[in-house]
Write a protein that binds this ligand. Sequence first.
Ligand code: ATP
Ligand code: MG
Length: 169
Amino acid sequence: EHFDILEMASEVLDQFENKVERKGLYIGFDQEYNHPIFVYADSEKIYRVLTNLVSNANKYTDEGEIILGFSVSSGHVTVSVRDTGMGIPPEDLSRVFERFFRVEKSRSKGRKGGTGLGLAIVKHIMEAHNSKVSVISTFGKGSTFSFKLPLSKEEDLDSTEDDEFESED
Ligand code: ATP
Ligand code: MG
């Protein structure tokens, strides 16, 4: 269905804010967004994707920030979750989306247990959307996970919501 990915991201942010700030981390958007970004996707599943990624960013980051970014181009939005955490060793980068895979170093450092399923679920959900999730990471510096979703076309939106789309030009 159609929904505003920014509104959803704000909810996820609110949900994690206390937890994240108690650790002394900052969580926020990369810039101020003044307009909604409507996407066409399964909202419950995408909510799961966002919470899994933000939860990881929080779990594997000891200081710094977690930043959500949105970049719109040619009918799509790329959503990114960036952290300044421990990062992922290059040799493990291709394996983090496998079920039950956990980076050895994160385990030995005594991170709160996890099953190693979060990212496998994210990958599965993005595949069901004919999309994919990707990661860029520098070990010891941080990670950025991103995924792409189609924007919904304005003519697909419910016409009863028309007054919400008054042109500001
Ligand atoms: P679960 O999500 O099932 O509770 P998990 O967090 O260990 O457990 P995944 O979310 O699938 O499992 O992540 C797999 C592994 O990838 C993690 O164990 C961790 O080693 C690494 N990882 C995931 N996200 C990050 C991140 N933002 N920074 C550093 N390492 C990460
Ligand atoms: Mg996880």
